[in-house]
Write a protein that binds this ligand. Structure first.
Ligand code: MRU
Length: 369
């Protein structure tokens, strides 16, 4: 069981909300989890941009919602056309891979462009709230559709034993506004009484699995075990994984799935072992303008220090960063990879489960293609 007992039980179940003043945006500082639960106030567009850059908030859908509120903060400070352009440009520079960022900034910017400056701040807050509410609703629907897959597996097992799910990174409620993408079907299955156990990839180098997914599953009482990133293939060879569910930062119109580094290797192992491999994502994570993910999805390369060093809790309770590698060792930190559609069993969306193909996605989203 995860060690999360030092956190209070009256935490919010959403990751982003407005302060009572109706203007300040409040988020959970995810860089402190799982060792401390603290919130952070965002008062300016720069605050929102820095929160995204430094991974105070992370996960494609939450990055989108934070960017939308960042636009609102920008409009409250300077609703002019120049202010609008500057807010959008600043937010778009934060992280390259998650398409939700571009989508959310675009939605708010397009709405602002139709309004006189005096009307923009209030309308931007309304647009941001709509984006957040829609994300929560989409993730809940993803949970309902994914639940059916888990139910089928449970029935195929004769209603005995435990459904074993492997997930990578954190595609949980912390990565979205509520529910999560990959975790939504897990939470719904758990609530439905299906015995479930989750293999949580630690997800080096930022360890979103070990720090965040383990924390949130533990918080809700969902049985899980953290495994090192290289364990998944071994577990699959031994029949210890019934299905994989991962999230996505950018999925192409043809079903190639961009997600946290290491996802591709899990998909290869899943294919070799006949384990179904699903990506769960809202339509806001689909980039309809591209088809070839390996060629076209921009892959963020982050600071090498995230590879050479690791952060954790010392015996005295303090959180410390220690070096893993010899001083001066070169390191590269590719943060995402692309899983080709041919390795993806299906894409679980808010409108249902689509085959990972252009036709499959178009059949669910004829209005977006
Ligand atoms: O670098 P991060 O933590 O923002 O990466 C997050 C992921 O890769 C998630 O799996 C992805 O955003 C899907 S989130 C619902």
């Amino acid at each position: 069981m995860a060690d999360w007992t030092d956190v209070s039980s009256d935490r919010p179940t959403r990751t982003i909300w407005l302060h009572d003043d109706g203007r300040t945006v409040v988020v959970i500082d995810q860089t402190l989890l799982p060792h401390a639960f603290e919130t952070l106030d965002l008062k300016t567009v720069e605050d929102a941009a820095v929160a995204i850059e430094t991974m105070v908030v992370r996960g494609a859908p939450l990055i989108g919602a934070t960017a939308a509120y960042g636009m609102a903060l920008g409009m409250a400070a300077d609703p002019s056309d120049a202010g609008l352009e500057a807010a959008a440009a600043r937010l778009l520079r934060t992280r390259p891979t998650a398409i939700n960022l571009h989508w959310a900034v675009g939605v708010v910017a397009d709405a602002m462009a139709l309004l006189p400056p005096a009307a923009r701040a209030e309308a931007a807050y309304t647009a941001a709230a709509d984006i957040a509410d829609d994300d929560a609703a989409m993730c809940s629907a993803i949970g309902d559709h994914g639940l059916r897959i888990i139910e089928e597996i449970w029935e195929a097992k004769g209603g005995t034993g435990v459904v074993q799910v492997l997930t990578h990174c954190n595609a949980g409620w912390l990565a979205t506004v509520e529910w999560g993408t990959a975790t939504a079907p897990i939470y719904k299955a758990f609530e439905a009484g299906i015995p479930i156990h989750v293999w949580v990839d630690e997800t080096r180098p930022r360890n979103q699995g070990a720090s965040l997914t383990a924390w949130e599953l533990g918080d809700r009482g969902v049985p899980h075990s953290v495994i090192v990133d290289n364990a998944g293939g071994h577990l699959m060879q031994h029949g210890m994984v019934d299905l994989c569910i991962v999230g996505s930062d950018r999925t192409t119109a043809a079903g190639d799935v961009g997600n946290k580094i290491g996802t591709y290797l899990k998909a290869l192992a899943a294919r070799d072992n006949g384990v179904p491999f699903y990506a769960a994502l809202p339509s806001s994570s689909i980039d309809w303008s591209i088809t070839d993910g390996v060629a076209a999805i921009p892959i963020e390369e982050r600071d090498a220090a995230e590879v050479t060093h690791v952060r954790g809790q010392a015996p005295d309770g303090s959180v410390v960063t220690v070096r893993l590698t010899p001083a001066g060792t070169a390191a590269r930190n590719y943060a995402f990879d692309v899983t080709p559609a041919r390795l993806v069993t299906g894409i679980i969306t808010e409108r249902g489960v689509a085959p990972a193909s252009r036709e499959g996605l178009a059949s669910l989203f004829p209005d977006m293609t």
